[in-house]
Design a protein around this ligand. Structure first.
Ligand SMILES: [Zn+2]
Ligand SMILES: [Zn+2]
Length: 281
């Protein structure tokens, strides 16, 4: 199982960081988690396109996590030469957002259907909404979700992908909570969005202060990983943006109570998640 940080940025545009998006690859199956700014450019850098995705998982409906949802839907449609419905899994409310998006794309959809003889239907999209539990995708891996706590953003989801003794949890934006703890129990790796509260709390802007109460700090992400016995903690969605001279600070804060591996990186950072031997050998 391979985790690729496609976009490690945040709502604040950065020249070298795409918006929130993570790719989980199991053999030839590719699961995209969130679709932030520039996601298809980063996917292209991995040699993949929208048409290669097994599913798109949406953790929550904050704009920075779905900025390029329209791009994924439209590009998959116009670059697929056989019927290739896109499965989108998200919290309740996702279907309504997708419906509105398709409504906004109505002129484009009409132009392309009028112009291309072999495009006769609008983009085929299957939206499946979940709140908790296992999600049957008819894939080689097992997919589970649980509610997270990103209030007032409700509902929000974390996901867990299990395959052949390896597992990765995608926490999305959340503070530590029971749903995430359940999802993380015994997982091999945890990908967690983080903000440096020690930095943000000193910025005299109420709009920034407001972000403190619904995100996790690296310390909190490390605590969640430690409680669950996770082996590798992967930090992403850095606020403020990760820089070469702050990597050690981020890492040591995450390791305050967590003694596993801490992974940090730039866009396209790739982590191989090795299966854990259940015998402990
Ligand atoms: Zn959010
Ligand atoms: Zn976010």
């Amino acid at each position: 199982m391979i985790v690729t940080l496609l976009g490690t940025g945040s709502p604040i545009p950065a020249p070298d960081r795409a918006g929130p998006a993570t790719l989980v690859t199991i053999d030839d199956e590719h699961v995209l988690v969130d679709a932030g700014r520039g996601v298809l450019m980063r996917l292209a850098a991995c040699g993949l396109g929208a048409g290669n995705l097994t599913a798109l998982l949406i953790t929550h409906l904050h704009s920075d996590h779905i900025t390029d949802l329209n791009d994924v839907i439209t590009t998959r449609w116009v670059t697929s030469f056989e019927p290739n419905p896109l499965t989108i899994v998200g919290p309740p409310g996702t279907a309504e957002v997708v419906d509105h998006l398709l409504a906004a794309l109505a002129p484009d959809i009409a132009y392309r259907i009028a112009h291309h003889a072999d495009l006769t239907e609008p983009p085929p999209v299957v939206v499946r909404e979940f709140g908790d539990g296992q999600i049957d995708l008819d894939a080689r891996f097992t997919l589970t979700c649980a509610p997270t706590d990103h209030k007032p953003v409700e509902p929000s989801l974390g996901f867990r992908v299990d395959h052949d003794g390896a597992s990765v949890v995608l926490a999305g934006d959340t503070v530590p909570c029971d749903g995430l703890d359940r999802l993380c129990a015994g997982a091999t790796a945890l990908v967690h969005t983080v903000i440096r509260k020690d930095v943000i709390e000193n910025i005299p802007l109420q709009r920034m202060q407001d972000t403190l109460d619904y995100h996790s700090s690296p310390e909190q992400a490390g605590d969640t990983a430690a409680r669950a016995g996770v082996g590798t903690l992967v930090l992403t969605h850095y606020v403020p943006a990760l820089t070469a001279d702050t990597v050690d600070e981020w890492r040591s804060r995450a390791a305050t109570h967590f003694d596993g591996v801490v992974e940090l990186g730039d866009d396209l950072h790739r982590i191989e998640i090795q299966p854990v031997d259940p015998t402990g050998a």
